[in-house]
Design a protein around this ligand. Structure first.
Ligand SMILES: Nc1nc2c(ncn2[C@@H]2O[C@H](COP(=O)(O)OP(=O)(O)OP(=O)(O)O)[C@@H](O)[C@H]2O)c(=O)[nH]1
Length: 622
């Protein structure tokens, strides 16, 4: 079996049919065979058997071979393949449903045509490519392109089809009307799950998904088996969210996991954030895509205190989400089973958190508390089980789901120009390159051409998915996956912003920001180096000038050109993004002023792994 067979791009079924997978096993040395079986066993522990995972031993062996027995990379491939298969199945089902609907329409129309004479729209047949012509966007669009077909640089089959980019369905005004109507009845909110490391965020989400019927029994038992095999059985609920081998082996979340769930009154996109301080940048990426937050705190003795003291992530996460515009928060006080469902402990934690939430800028009316036991599933959807009896003795308030139902979808910025900062890229998918991100303004539909910034490229939206469903358009406030074509994936990166070609987002290499300084020990002086965070992007920058300090209450200037900024100050500063090297041109990020688009005008400043300030950009390119 040869290495580098471009497993990601091949048709697995065909490969299996033509025996290609079994030909090379004999080439392996006994050591390699042993390594292969060990690695296969490891992968199986995580993803389950063929019936559970949908992936055969032969396929996994082939990927392991190509990845030099790297279990982690093989698992990444398996998860991507499972996701791709699921998406393909859903698309197929949607296409079939559409065909059926079209057939019904055609039947109805053929009856109607004989009366009204209105023809059905003609179905366009996809063009077949000339077998000798490499099929690329440039070939199709540019007749002057050199014909290099004789070199046979690209293998083509006679059946390959030049796929035409989809056409736009809606006129702009119709689309806006459609979006307005739909948003006025929208039940959609996005929720970032935050809190100190090990508070139980992923366990809570795994269990909640199960209670709400979004996690099937087969996956649950596979997770239970897999986690106990590696001695981490207490993390089995978290495995539903923590998908990578490293996350599962270390028992911590490292990157944002996105899931969707429905409560009786809300459709919620959940962004499960990592709690460990090393992964705060990933948490920031999740928080910048959220409307509301669910803070999970550990009620166990000493654990709440560890998370809440200076340097703990309970405080930092709360301040960060508020700085990023989140105003509604539910606080789930978890692991109450560890303190015997003690009411005094619960009340004590609530009384410590309340003033801090107010200080951080959350209004009391937008803040709710709920006692829970995530692992046992107590007070998530109900509290009828035996395990809840001690809690029932003193708590008669809402469950977590009752509180989720009260989250208010914020007003969406439909009239603003379209802005989609990319938070993740899945390159080389058969359906085009997939990018995920939150729509921070405007509306976009399938078939639309978008500009990709920074850079000069454009791409066409081939399809859109929201909560794993194909949709024809998506509007501000939604977290969506866009499949893009007519672009080389190298131009799509985390932090890139998609926007309309005739209304592009400004690029800023130096800009003026109004900041609030956090609880820092070392003051900020002019020239201080920082990491600048904007959505999912972070770049090195400097606070190049301290322009003025302001009164926090009324915004009046207190001092021009202060010498330094310390804890709690509000100030105007100039921020300059650093070049990659001394002679390199200045770098720029897509940034909008806060007045134009709130979501696109917020920045965070970090230094040595600590968040030092949050701000908004009143002007750019100063
Ligand atoms: N006793 C008890 N343990 C819990 C409960 N919820 C979570 N745990 C345990 O707490 C540990 C951490 O749980 P996770 O869900 O991984 O915590 P997390 O907040 O997602 O962790 P990070 O994302 O890495 O910060 C695991 O061992 C869980 O089994 C609970 O309600 N009761």
């Amino acid at each position: 079996m040869s290495r580098h067979r471009y497993v990601r791009n091949m048709n697995l079924q065909e490969e299996m049919d033509d025996d290609a997978l079994s030909d090379g096993g004999d080439d392996m040395t006994p050591e390699q065979q042993e390594q292969m079986e060990k690695a296969l066993d490891h992968v199986r522990q995580i993803i389950g058997d063929e019936a559970t995972s949908g992936l055969s031993d032969n396929v996994i062996r082939d990927v392991l071979w190509d990845e030099y027995f790297d279990v982690e990379k093989t698992l990444d491939w398996c998860f991507e393949e499972q996701r791709r298969k699921k998406a393909a199945d859903e698309r197929k089902a949607a296409r079939e449903a559409q065909k059926l609907a079209q057939r019904k329409l055609a039947e109805a129309a053929s009856t109607a045509t004989s009366c009204a004479g209105s023809p059905m729209p003609k179905k366009t047949t996809p063009k077949r490519s000339d077998a000798s012509t490499p099929v690329t966007r440039q070939n199709v669009a540019d007749p002057q392109q050199l014909d290099m077909s004789a070199l046979n640089l690209t293998e083509k089959t006679a059946t390959e089809v030049v796929e035409e980019p989809p056409k736009m369905t809606f006129a702009k005004e119709v689309l806006l009307e459609e979006a307005k109507k739909s948003l006025s009845q929208s039940k959609n909110v996005s929720l970032v799950v935050i809190g100190h490391v090990d508070a139980g965020k992923s366990t809570l989400m795994g269990r909640l998904l199960y209670e709400l019927g979004r996690l099937d029994e087969k996956t649950r038992t596979a997770n239970e088996r897999g986690s106990s095999k590696i001695g981490k059985s207490s993390f089995s609920w978290a495995w539903n969210l923590d998908g990578t081998l490293e996350e599962r082996e270390r028992g911590i979340t490292m990157d944002i996991a996105t899931r969707s769930l429905s409560t009786p009154k809300r459709n919620i996109t959940v962004l499960d954030a990592p709690g460990h301080k090393d992964f705060v940048p990933n948490m920031i990426s999740g928080a910048s895509q959220a409307d509301c937050a669910l803070l999970v705190v550990d009620a166990s003795m000493g654990e709440f205190e560890a998370g809440f003291e200076r340097g703990g992530q309970t405080r930092e996460h709360l301040i960060l989400v508020r700085s990023l515009g989140v105003s509604q928060v539910i606080v789930a006080i978890n692991k109450l089973d560890q303190v015997n469902w003690d009411r005094i402990r619960y009340d004590d934690i609530v009384s410590q958190l309340k003033p801090f939430l107010l200080q951080s800028g959350f209004q009391a009316s937008n803040t709710n508390f709920v006692p829970i036991g995530a692992m046992l599933g107590v007070n998530l959807v109900n509290r009828e089980d035996e395990e809840a009896s001690l809690l029932n003795a003193w708590y008669h308030g809402p469950t977590l789901v009752d509180l989720l139902d009260t989250l208010v979808p914020p007003t969406r910025n439909l009239m603003a120009p379209l802005r989609i900062p990319i938070s993740n890229v899945f390159k080389g998918q058969s359906a085009g390159t997939a990018v995920t991100g939150r729509v921070c303004g405007g509306v976009v539909q399938v078939g639309e051409r978008l500009r990709v910034l920074p850079g000069d490229e454009t791409a066409i939206v081939k399809s859109i998915e929201v909560e794993e469903q194909d949709v024809p358009w998506v509007a501000a406030g939604s977290n969506a996956t866009l499949y893009l074509t007519s672009i080389d994936p190298v131009h799509l990166n985390v932090g890139t912003v998609l926007c309309p070609p005739d209304n592009v987002v400004p690029l800023a290499s130096s800009f003026k920001a109004r900041i609030i300084v956090f609880d820092i020990v070392i003051p900020i002086t002019a020239g201080a180096s920082i990491e600048l965070f904007h959505h999912s992007r972070d770049v090195s920058a400097a606070v190049s000038k301290l322009l003025a300090t302001r009164d926090r209450a009324n915004g009046k200037i207190l001092k021009i050109s202060p010498r330094m900024l310390s804890k709690g100050m509000s100030a105007d500063v100039e921020i300059t993004i650093r070049s990659l090297s001394q002679n390199a041109p200045p770098r720029a990020i897509p940034l909008e002023t806060f007045a134009v688009n709130k979501d696109m005008g917020r920045v965070l400043l970090r230094r040595n792994g600590e968040t030092v300030a949050a701000g908004v950009s009143p002007t750019y390119n100063v």
